[in-house]
Design a protein. Structure first.
Length: 398
């Protein structure tokens, strides 16, 4: 592969692509495990992992081998054929989760779009029309996903959005009680919000939702695109609660770096769609599913446990930083390898300072440093991050 300077690649990107991304000033040459190397040879510790996508890090040998072997067999057939990788991936997901059916998509956005369609079809059959979602949630960039979000940056000037959708304040049981009624079709939520600032649903709020579901018979749609696939030390974010949503959306980590999303449904919705009601050309691509099979097996083989164990160690380190810098760090959030530092100030300057020390993280919800390292991260990686974070906090305080 030819090597160009970062400046050259940045200039070419600015002349050729729509300018919608706030990119880091890094042109990547190579990546391995938890490290990214730029075209100038600088190495970075990656505590973002493609925004929770590269669950097994970069260049995982079993992942590379599975992708290579499947690409040599066939890379695309479309969903008019039966394909072993797709079926095996579905079986692994169902065995692991206890759900009844799977639909594969290319992304989390498409998974949410399909989940909303599935809920609407169920609602039509049951004379229910209203869908509620919550502030702070992030569900994608399509019209359905945007309709169940409150992000002005993503929505301004691009409406109108889907009718019969309403955004309620997250973790506000009173607002939920006042909104839900017999016409409620579905409630959509991240049990652990990612872009919203690494914020868990509160137990009382979840219990209220379950009580209302029992009373009014609506669907619960869980967005597990970021918190799922073992990231929190459990397979789903909602596994930290005594709940089983009717529909679950997944993506990011389950493909290990390739585009793969999924909708999971309970028996309650398994027969709602008829042939032709929904579909996709690329969803369930055999190469992506071959990668997904490796991810599922690696999670069961110890990677999910590693996310729990190293995640506990990360949280211990973050708590020490909070004790040492209480004027800057207000709260340590999250669990497993989905963590956040809630700051008393903007997170962006500290994220920039980390980057200068060749550590990659990102800022979300303005005042939160979000940490999403690969699930194979080690205690040594955490120590390296902690040392860099401590240096940045000292400099910031000074």
């Amino acid at each position: 592969m030819s090597v160009h300077s970062s400046a050259s690649l940045i200039e070419r990107e600015q002349q050729s692509l729509f300018q919608v991304y706030r990119r880091l000033p890094i042109a990547v040459q190579h990546a391995s495990k938890c490290r990214i190397t730029d075209v100038e040879g600088n190495e970075y510790l990656d505590f973002l992992s493609g925004i929770a996508v590269s669950a097994l890090g970069y260049g995982h040998p079993r992942l590379v081998d599975a992708i290579t072997r499947q690409a040599q067999a066939f890379m695309h057939l479309s969903n008019v054929f039966y394909q072993e990788p797709q079926i095996e991936m579905a079986e692994l997901l169902l065995q692991r989760t206890g759900y009844s059916r799977v639909f594969f998509s290319n992304s989390g956005t498409e998974a949410m779009e399909g989940a909303l369609k599935l809920a609407r079809k169920w609602g039509t059959l049951n004379n229910k029309t209203e869908i509620f979602a919550f502030t702070g949630g992030f569900h994608g960039r399509s019209y359905g996903a945007l309709s169940v979000m409150d992000k002005p940056l993503y929505k301004s000037g691009m409406g109108p959005f889907l009718p019969n959708t309403q955004i309620l304040p997250f973790n506000n049981s009173i607002a939920l009680k006042n909104a839900v009624n017999e016409s409620t079709c579905a409630v959509v939520l991240e049990f652990l919000q990612g872009e919203g600032g690494i914020v868990f649903a509160e137990p009382d709020f979840v219990n209220t939702m379950l009580e209302l579901q029992e009373q009014y018979d609506f669907l619960i749609i869980a967005d597990e695109v970021q918190a799922g696939a073992g990231r929190t030390g459990k397979f789903f974010g909602f596994d930290h609660f005594m709940v089983k949503p009717d529909i679950v959306t997944m993506a990011k980590g389950i493909g290990g770096g390739l585009p793969l999303g999924a909708i999971l449904g309970t028996k309650r919705v398994e027969s709602v769609w008829e042939k032709g009601n929904h579909g996709t050309t690329f969803g369930g691509n055999p190469v992506a599913c071959a990668a997904g099979i490796v991810v599922m097996k690696e999670l069961a083989g110890g990677v999910q446990q590693n996310a729990h164990d190293v995640g506990c160690y990360l949280r211990e380190n973050l708590s020490v930083l909070q004790q040492n810098f209480p004027d800057i760090i207000q709260e340590v959030r999250g669990c497993g390898l989905m963590a956040g530092l809630k700051l008393s100030t903007s997170a962006a300057p500290l994220v920039e300072a980390l980057l200068k020390r060749r550590v990659i993280a990102n800022a979300t919800a303005e005042t939160v440093i979000r940490l999403l390292p690969p699930l194979i991260a080690t205690r040594k990686d955490v120590d390296e991050f902690t040392a860099a974070m401590q240096d940045c906090l000292k400099a910031h305080r000074g």
